[in-house]
Write a protein that binds this ligand. Structure first.
Ligand code: 5AD
Ligand code: SF4
Length: 478
């Protein structure tokens, strides 16, 4: 029998008491700055850290210069992200010299690894606390202890991990979109990946909690919710073991209001035809809750031998069969993927098989990565590590191929009319607004900020490989 993973209400209550105590200790007018690295799961964790910080009397600031509390929420998936987090944390030394009462904490996946913890303990004496991913609900407690006892605290993840419900959340995604975690951790142990070591075993939230949260978001006016989990297809709550991710999607689609439900990430070994049928049966529509037409299905490699060495448990043929089924049931689906190049022992021929798979699927977008050796994973110990130069060259070839495909796919949308949700000011050209299509593509257009949160019909005038440029023809009244 698996043990109960939901943290008892009394434990959360204790954290609320610590929040009040911190509030009394720090007084008013203090500022918190959070720097987040990595995936949406980390962004969602930062929203909780921020929510708790706000309850403790801190208000959010966008720069580290005037902060009284700095949190770095780190990622460990690739070395590059770790080095960046370490270098940024190093920079905060100067903030501490200017303001000795500043508190600096590092959270997230990087500090759930022993070797990084000892690095920071020894080389970053101005970092006040470390808090592992499975302990973020104890942020008020560690902060209070750090303030009161004026000594450093290092709480890294324990073996067991829990689910903490009802923590305060301060959403940073804007008023129209939100992330909702449905499960935490991962049991898959893909041989390149650090996640199962730093985020603990898979555990799923109860559907009632997820449904309650999404219902509230919809009634707050949120129009796009992304359900998060390392492998949402293995969502299986302890309270109802016969209930899986397709059932959760169906229940969410029964809610009142208008919202598009997306999800990530889906492991191909567990993506079922039933899941695809449920998505097909619930398209987004005016006045309804429907499911996004974007399907992110990480391939990782087009070579069966490499997939096996990666411990992925599917073949290219099974993957393609899934994509074909998806396209037959959901003709407007936009398929995206993750690919790693230069996995240990990957030959030129095997890399060419990946390129062939990309040509066959014709993805709308690819997130491509150079294999990064992660201490403690099986692949880090494998013979046949690939030369950095070769890995870089393979990445460039993959990106060039995908850019052509994305551009061709997108150019089919030119002169077509598409419905999309107006999200806000464009991050790349601030004089424009952006809207998100039902399959996750971004349209830049000239518009009025008052229309944010409304749906509009757009004429696509120009397509680039990563974005569309269009004209707003009309908005739908909310
Ligand atoms: N090196 C490179 N890419 C990695 N990913 C995970 N671990 C590694 C690694 N060690 C990629 C995978 C995964 C995505 C989130 O990050 O493609 O799907
Ligand atoms: Fe990492 Fe594989 Fe788990 Fe994804 S499914 S988080 S790649 S171990």
């Amino acid at each position: 029998m698996k043990k109960d993973v939901i943290l008892p209400e009394s434990e959360i209550q204790k954290q609320f008491e610590y929040m009040s105590e911190v509030k009394t200790e720090v007084g008013t007018g203090k500022k918190v700055f959070i720097k987040t690295f990595g995936c949406q799961q980390n962004e969602a964790d930062s929203e909780k850290l921020l929510g708790m910080a706000e309850k403790m009397g801190y208000c959010r600031t966008e720069t580290s210069d005037d902060a009284d509390l700095i949190i770095v929420n780190t990622c460990a998936v690739r070395e590059h992200a770790e080095l960046k987090a370490l270098s940024i944390s190093g920079g905060y030394k100067h903030c501490k010299e200017k303001n000795p009462s500043l508190i600096i904490g590092i959270c997230g996946c990087m500090v759930s690894q022993e070797h990084r913890v000892s690095d920071i303990k020894n080389k970053y004496p101005y970092v006040d606390f470390l808090l592992g991913t499975t302990l973020i609900h104890r942020f008020p407690e560690i902060l209070l202890k750090t303030i009161r006892e004026k000594k450093r605290n290092f709480w890294i993840s324990p073996e067991t991990s829990v689910i903490a419900e009802n923590l305060p959340v301060s959403r940073v995604t804007g008023s129209t979109e939100a992330w909702v975690s449905v499960m935490y951790g991962c049991n898959n142990f893909c041989t390149y990946c650090i996640v199962p070591y730093v985020r603990g075993r898979e555990r799923s939230r109860n559907p009632e909690e997820v449904i309650k949260e999404v219902k509230q978001l919809i009634s707050d006016g949120v129009k796009s919710v992304t359900l998060l989990g390392q492998n949402v297809n293995s969502y299986r709550p302890e309270s109802s073991p016969d209930y899986g991710f397709p059932e959760l999607l169906e229940d969410l689609c029964r809610l009142d209001g208008e919202c598009v439900i997306g999800f990530m990430t889906s492991h191909p070994k567990d993506a079922s035809k039933r899941l695809i049928d449920v998505i097909a049966a619930h398209p987004p529509a005016k006045g309804k809750v429907g499911i996004s037409r974007r399907f992110h299905l990480p391939l990782q490699s087009g070579s069966d031998r490499i997939l096996k060495k990666m411990n992925r448990h599917y073949s290219l043929a099974r993957y393609l069969e899934l994509v074909d089924y998806m396209r037959s049931k959901i003709p407007d689906v936009s398929v995206t993927t993750d690919i790693i190049v230069g996995f240990p022992t990957e030959t030129e021929e095997e890399f060419l098989q990946t390129l062939e798979a990309v040509k066959r699927v014709r993805y709308d977008n690819i997130y491509s990565f150079i294999y990064s050796k992660r201490k403690g994973t099986a692949a880090a110990e494998m013979e046949g590590q690939i030369d950095e130069e070769v890995k870089g060259q393979r990445l460039r070839r993959l990106i060039a191929l995908q850019s052509e495909i994305s551009k061709e796919n997108n150019s089919r949308l030119e002169n077509k009319q598409i419905r999309a949700l107006i999200e806000g000011v464009s991050k790349t050209c601030p004089e424009k607004l952006t809207a998100r299509t039902e399959d996750g593509k971004l349209i830049h257009f000239d518009g009025r900020k008052e229309d944010v949160g409304k749906h509009g019909i757009f004429l696509i005038e120009k397509a680039e490989c990563h974005e569309l440029f269009g004209r707003l023809l009309k908005t739908e009244e909310v």
